[in-house]
Design a protein around this ligand. Structure first.
Ligand SMILES: CC(C)(COP(=O)(O)OP(=O)(O)OC[C@H]1O[C@@H](n2cnc3c(N)ncnc32)[C@H](O)[C@@H]1OP(=O)(O)O)[C@@H](O)C(=O)NCCC(=O)NCCS
Length: 179
């Protein structure tokens, strides 16, 4: 069974290839520094049989978003202020190219939402924010309930109260059964 854990020095980060140079370079050259400097928390998916090989990774950081950037339909029903509010940035998400379409991205994304939700109980955060790397990947996030902040934007948000509902409906259990 695959699982997600924090990046550590036992992981073979230089061997990771997602097919996207920017996302690969981040893991090869920046991730450990970013972790040391507390710029991002980095989590990796690994398999039981080969726990040093990274199957995919994601990063989370604290972030600020203009209240007005939250889509009206989400902001007004919650009576959110228009000024800047706290959020959680899903800064990077990538799966090893040979492991695509096997549910690793879903495993990582659900884990990221779970982490973001748990942390938000201690340090409040209104939503998880992601900047889709290209237009093609936008539907991937929309499948999980992310909403574009504007019709022409690749920035998407998923409200923290929606994430809380996902977990109260057992999304985690369903996902783990399917992997
Ligand atoms: C996007 C990504 C993380 C998805 O991970 P994955 O493990 O392959 O995806 P899952 O197995 O969880 O889900 C697969 C389904 O998601 C959708 N999907 C996967 N990759 C997609 C993409 N790039 N664009 C749109 N839909 C995608 C498809 O519907 C796919 O179903 P299929 O397997 O029947 O074709 C992975 O393709 C990746 O690392 N891509 C390169 C880097 C990237 O674009 N990262 C996002 C940064 S914002």
């Amino acid at each position: 069974m695959n699982h997600v854990e924090p990046l550590n020095s036992h992981h073979k980060h230089l061997a990771f290839t997602s097919g996207n140079d920017v996302l690969d370079r981040y893991l090869h050259e920046i991730a450990y520094q970013a972790k040391r400097k507390s710029l991002a928390a980095i989590f990796v998916a690994v398999g039981e049989d080969d726990p040093a090989t990274i199957l995919g990774y994601y990063t989370l950081s604290s972030h600020m978003i203009e209240g007005l950037d939250i889509p009206d339909v989400l902001r007004k029903t919650r009576k959110f202020p228009s000024h800047r509010v706290g959020a959680t940035l899903l800064g990077r998400l990538a799966v090893a190219v040979h492991m695509r379409h096997k549910g690793i991205g879903e495993l990582l994304l659900i884990d990221a939402l779970k982490q973001a939700h748990e942390v938000s109980r201690a340090v409040a955060s209104t939503c998880v924010v992601v900047d889709a790397i290209d237009e093609a990947v936008v539907p991937y996030y929309q499948r999980f309930g992310f909403v574009r902040v504007a019709p022409d934007s690749r920035r998407l948000v998923l409200m923290m109260d929606t994430i809380a509902q996902l977990f109260s409906h057992g999304v985690e259990a369903q996902t783990q059964e399917s992997i």
